[in-house]
Design a binder for this molecule. Sequence first.
Ligand SMILES: [Zn+2]
Length: 261
Amino acid sequence: MQRHPFVIYADFEALIEKQTERVGASTDGIHAHHPMSYGYFVKAAADVPVALMEKYDIPQTPVVYRGSESRDEVAKHFVASVIALATRLGDLLKATNVLISMSVEEVRMHNARSVCDMCKLAFTETRWKVTDHCHLSGRLRHTLYAPCNLKLATPKFVPSFLHNLSKYDAHVYPYDFTDYWAKLEQLTLPAIEDFYSTLTEEHIKDTEYQFAKDVSVMYAIRADRLGGLGTRFQNRHFYTTHIIITNWTNITYLLIITNYN
Ligand SMILES: [Zn+2]
Protein backbone atom coordinates (compact mmCIF):
# COMPACT_ATOMS: atom_id res chain seq x y z
CA MET A 1 0.00 0.00 0.00
CA GLN A 2 2.82 2.36 0.83
CA ARG A 3 5.66 2.45 -1.61
CA HIS A 4 9.14 3.14 -0.30
CA PRO A 5 10.12 6.52 -1.74
CA PHE A 6 13.60 5.27 -2.65
CA VAL A 7 15.06 2.14 -4.18
CA ILE A 8 18.66 1.36 -5.12
CA TYR A 9 19.54 -0.71 -8.20
CA ALA A 10 23.09 -2.00 -8.36
CA ASP A 11 25.19 -4.01 -10.74
CA PHE A 12 28.73 -5.40 -10.93
CA GLU A 13 30.99 -6.31 -13.79
CA ALA A 14 33.88 -8.70 -13.29
CA LEU A 15 37.33 -9.37 -14.62
CA ILE A 16 37.45 -12.99 -15.65
CA GLU A 17 40.96 -14.17 -14.97
CA LYS A 18 41.95 -17.38 -16.72
CA GLN A 19 43.30 -20.13 -14.46
CA THR A 20 43.71 -23.87 -14.34
CA GLU A 21 43.14 -25.22 -10.90
CA ARG A 22 41.77 -28.55 -9.75
CA VAL A 23 38.98 -27.73 -7.28
CA GLY A 24 37.40 -31.18 -6.91
CA ALA A 25 37.80 -34.82 -7.91
CA SER A 26 36.48 -34.10 -11.40
CA THR A 27 36.22 -30.32 -11.43
CA ASP A 28 38.67 -27.82 -12.85
CA GLY A 29 38.44 -24.12 -12.10
CA ILE A 30 38.94 -22.25 -15.36
CA HIS A 31 38.17 -18.68 -14.31
CA ALA A 32 38.52 -16.51 -11.25
CA HIS A 33 35.95 -13.70 -11.20
CA HIS A 34 37.08 -10.43 -9.65
CA PRO A 35 34.72 -7.48 -9.21
CA MET A 36 36.00 -4.93 -11.73
CA SER A 37 33.47 -2.13 -11.53
CA TYR A 38 30.13 -1.40 -9.97
CA GLY A 39 27.35 1.00 -10.57
CA TYR A 40 24.22 1.96 -8.72
CA PHE A 41 21.26 4.13 -9.37
CA VAL A 42 18.90 5.65 -6.81
CA LYS A 43 15.34 5.73 -8.09
CA ALA A 44 13.30 8.27 -6.12
CA ALA A 45 9.50 8.50 -6.21
CA ALA A 46 8.29 11.22 -8.57
CA ASP A 47 7.12 13.50 -5.76
CA VAL A 48 10.42 13.62 -3.84
CA PRO A 49 11.61 17.24 -4.19
CA VAL A 50 14.92 17.70 -6.03
CA ALA A 51 16.05 20.22 -3.38
CA LEU A 52 15.74 17.48 -0.75
CA MET A 53 17.84 15.11 -2.85
CA GLU A 54 20.49 17.80 -3.19
CA LYS A 55 20.45 18.68 0.50
CA TYR A 56 21.21 15.07 1.48
CA ASP A 57 23.64 14.48 -1.37
CA ILE A 58 21.52 11.72 -2.94
CA PRO A 59 22.85 11.07 -6.46
CA GLN A 60 20.33 11.74 -9.22
CA THR A 61 22.33 10.11 -11.99
CA PRO A 62 23.97 6.66 -12.02
CA VAL A 63 27.10 6.34 -9.87
CA VAL A 64 29.84 4.26 -11.46
CA TYR A 65 33.11 3.19 -9.86
CA ARG A 66 35.78 1.45 -11.88
CA GLY A 67 38.66 -0.33 -10.19
CA SER A 68 42.22 -0.61 -11.41
CA GLU A 69 45.38 -2.52 -10.66
CA SER A 70 46.04 -0.23 -7.70
CA ARG A 71 42.46 -0.10 -6.44
CA ASP A 72 41.12 -3.62 -6.76
CA GLU A 73 38.92 -3.79 -3.64
CA VAL A 74 35.84 -2.93 -5.68
CA ALA A 75 33.33 -4.98 -3.64
CA LYS A 76 34.55 -3.43 -0.37
CA HIS A 77 34.28 0.05 -1.90
CA PHE A 78 30.72 -0.73 -3.03
CA VAL A 79 29.57 -1.85 0.43
CA ALA A 80 31.06 1.26 2.08
CA SER A 81 29.49 3.53 -0.54
CA VAL A 82 26.01 1.99 -0.29
CA ILE A 83 26.06 2.01 3.53
CA ALA A 84 26.94 5.72 3.47
CA LEU A 85 24.16 6.36 0.96
CA ALA A 86 21.61 4.41 3.04
CA THR A 87 22.63 6.43 6.10
CA ARG A 88 21.98 9.69 4.23
CA LEU A 89 18.61 8.38 2.99
CA GLY A 90 17.77 7.45 6.59
CA ASP A 91 18.69 10.95 7.78
CA LEU A 92 16.55 12.45 5.03
CA LEU A 93 13.50 10.35 5.95
CA LYS A 94 13.86 10.93 9.69
CA ALA A 95 14.40 14.68 9.49
CA THR A 96 11.88 15.64 6.81
CA ASN A 97 8.30 16.36 7.76
CA VAL A 98 6.67 18.68 5.24
CA LEU A 99 3.20 19.74 6.42
CA ILE A 100 0.27 18.57 4.36
CA SER A 101 -0.96 20.87 1.63
CA MET A 102 -4.19 19.90 -0.10
CA SER A 103 -5.83 21.31 -3.20
CA VAL A 104 -9.52 22.27 -3.09
CA GLU A 105 -10.27 19.10 -5.03
CA GLU A 106 -8.31 16.94 -2.57
CA VAL A 107 -10.16 18.50 0.39
CA ARG A 108 -13.44 17.72 -1.33
CA MET A 109 -12.38 14.09 -2.01
CA HIS A 110 -11.13 13.61 1.55
CA ASN A 111 -14.40 14.92 2.99
CA ALA A 112 -16.45 12.73 0.67
CA ARG A 113 -14.65 9.47 1.65
CA SER A 114 -16.91 7.17 3.66
CA VAL A 115 -14.55 4.22 4.20
CA CYS A 116 -10.89 3.87 5.22
CA ASP A 117 -8.60 3.36 2.21
CA MET A 118 -6.74 0.65 4.10
CA CYS A 119 -9.19 -1.51 6.10
CA LYS A 120 -12.24 -0.50 4.03
CA LEU A 121 -14.38 -0.07 7.21
CA ALA A 122 -16.87 2.76 7.28
CA PHE A 123 -16.07 5.91 9.25
CA THR A 124 -18.32 6.53 12.27
CA GLU A 125 -18.33 8.92 15.20
CA THR A 126 -15.89 6.68 17.05
CA ARG A 127 -13.97 5.55 13.96
CA TRP A 128 -12.87 8.92 12.72
CA LYS A 129 -10.96 9.77 9.58
CA VAL A 130 -7.52 11.36 9.27
CA THR A 131 -5.34 12.34 6.35
CA ASP A 132 -2.21 10.42 5.53
CA HIS A 133 0.33 12.52 3.64
CA CYS A 134 3.79 12.10 2.16
CA HIS A 135 6.25 13.67 4.62
CA LEU A 136 8.71 14.45 1.84
CA SER A 137 6.37 16.39 -0.45
CA GLY A 138 3.31 17.28 1.67
CA ARG A 139 1.04 15.55 -0.86
CA LEU A 140 -2.17 13.82 0.32
CA ARG A 141 -1.86 10.05 0.00
CA HIS A 142 -4.86 8.49 1.73
CA THR A 143 -7.90 9.03 3.88
CA LEU A 144 -7.59 6.60 6.78
CA TYR A 145 -8.99 5.54 10.15
CA ALA A 146 -6.47 6.92 12.68
CA PRO A 147 -5.09 3.53 13.93
CA CYS A 148 -4.58 2.46 10.30
CA ASN A 149 -2.53 5.60 9.72
CA LEU A 150 -0.24 4.68 12.61
CA LYS A 151 0.59 1.40 10.88
CA LEU A 152 2.18 3.34 8.02
CA ALA A 153 5.38 4.04 9.90
CA THR A 154 8.40 5.56 8.16
CA PRO A 155 10.35 2.60 6.74
CA LYS A 156 13.62 1.76 8.49
CA PHE A 157 15.34 0.26 5.48
CA VAL A 158 15.97 1.02 1.85
CA PRO A 159 15.38 -1.76 -0.67
CA SER A 160 18.36 -2.51 -2.90
CA PHE A 161 18.23 -4.77 -5.92
CA LEU A 162 21.28 -6.42 -7.40
CA HIS A 163 21.27 -7.83 -10.86
CA ASN A 164 21.59 -11.60 -10.79
CA LEU A 165 24.66 -13.19 -12.30
CA SER A 166 23.05 -16.02 -14.22
CA LYS A 167 25.16 -16.44 -17.36
CA TYR A 168 26.14 -12.78 -16.90
CA ASP A 169 22.75 -11.95 -18.36
CA ALA A 170 24.03 -12.87 -21.82
CA HIS A 171 24.55 -9.24 -22.73
CA VAL A 172 27.01 -8.17 -25.39
CA TYR A 173 30.20 -7.65 -23.41
CA PRO A 174 33.53 -9.44 -23.98
CA TYR A 175 33.87 -10.96 -20.49
CA ASP A 176 36.38 -13.60 -21.47
CA PHE A 177 38.49 -10.96 -23.19
CA THR A 178 38.68 -8.69 -20.15
CA ASP A 179 40.89 -10.96 -18.08
CA TYR A 180 43.17 -8.37 -16.51
CA TRP A 181 43.05 -4.69 -15.62
CA ALA A 182 45.17 -3.37 -18.49
CA LYS A 183 42.56 -4.63 -20.98
CA LEU A 184 40.22 -1.91 -19.72
CA GLU A 185 42.58 0.68 -21.15
CA GLN A 186 42.23 -0.68 -24.71
CA LEU A 187 41.23 2.05 -27.11
CA THR A 188 39.42 -0.02 -29.73
CA LEU A 189 36.54 -2.45 -29.67
CA PRO A 190 37.83 -6.07 -29.50
CA ALA A 191 37.40 -8.30 -32.56
CA ILE A 192 34.22 -10.33 -32.92
CA GLU A 193 36.02 -13.58 -31.93
CA ASP A 194 37.05 -11.96 -28.63
CA PHE A 195 33.39 -11.94 -27.65
CA TYR A 196 33.36 -15.76 -27.43
CA SER A 197 31.96 -16.86 -24.06
CA THR A 198 33.39 -19.99 -22.47
CA LEU A 199 30.44 -19.90 -20.04
CA THR A 200 27.81 -20.28 -22.73
CA GLU A 201 30.25 -21.74 -25.28
CA GLU A 202 28.88 -19.37 -27.87
CA HIS A 203 30.11 -16.70 -30.21
CA ILE A 204 28.03 -13.58 -30.62
CA LYS A 205 25.96 -12.98 -33.73
CA ASP A 206 26.98 -10.44 -36.36
CA THR A 207 23.97 -8.32 -35.39
CA GLU A 208 25.11 -8.33 -31.75
CA TYR A 209 28.62 -7.30 -32.76
CA GLN A 210 27.13 -4.50 -34.81
CA PHE A 211 25.20 -3.43 -31.70
CA ALA A 212 28.44 -3.37 -29.66
CA LYS A 213 30.03 -1.30 -32.44
CA ASP A 214 27.13 1.14 -32.45
CA VAL A 215 27.31 1.52 -28.67
CA SER A 216 31.05 2.09 -28.76
CA VAL A 217 30.70 4.70 -31.50
CA MET A 218 27.76 6.35 -29.77
CA TYR A 219 29.71 6.70 -26.53
CA ALA A 220 33.07 7.38 -28.12
CA ILE A 221 34.88 4.36 -26.73
CA ARG A 222 38.08 5.73 -28.24
CA ALA A 223 38.07 8.52 -25.70
CA ASP A 224 36.70 6.39 -22.90
CA ARG A 225 38.57 3.06 -23.32
CA LEU A 226 37.04 -0.38 -23.12
CA GLY A 227 36.28 0.01 -19.40
CA GLY A 228 33.79 2.66 -20.48
CA LEU A 229 31.81 0.11 -22.47
CA GLY A 230 31.14 -1.88 -19.27
CA THR A 231 29.89 1.36 -17.72
CA ARG A 232 27.42 1.94 -20.55
CA PHE A 233 25.99 -1.55 -20.17
CA GLN A 234 25.71 -1.05 -16.44
CA ASN A 235 23.70 2.13 -16.92
CA ARG A 236 21.39 0.33 -19.30
CA HIS A 237 20.89 -2.41 -16.68
CA PHE A 238 19.62 0.01 -14.04
CA TYR A 239 16.83 1.19 -16.25
CA THR A 240 15.97 -2.32 -17.44
CA THR A 241 16.04 -3.64 -13.88
CA HIS A 242 13.84 -0.79 -12.72
CA ILE A 243 11.26 -1.52 -15.39
CA ILE A 244 11.26 -5.26 -14.67
CA ILE A 245 11.02 -4.83 -10.92
CA THR A 246 8.31 -2.21 -10.96
CA ASN A 247 6.27 -4.46 -13.24
CA TRP A 248 7.00 -7.55 -11.07
CA THR A 249 7.04 -9.76 -14.11
CA ASN A 250 10.31 -11.58 -13.64
CA ILE A 251 11.62 -11.80 -10.13
CA THR A 252 14.94 -13.48 -10.74
CA TYR A 253 16.71 -10.80 -8.77
CA LEU A 254 18.26 -10.88 -5.38
CA LEU A 255 16.69 -8.49 -2.93
CA ILE A 256 18.97 -7.16 -0.25
CA ILE A 257 17.75 -4.93 2.49
CA THR A 258 20.10 -2.23 3.63
CA ASN A 259 19.11 -1.33 7.17
CA TYR A 260 20.10 2.14 8.22
CA ASN A 261 19.11 2.05 11.84
ZN1 LIG B 1 -8.52 1.52 8.22
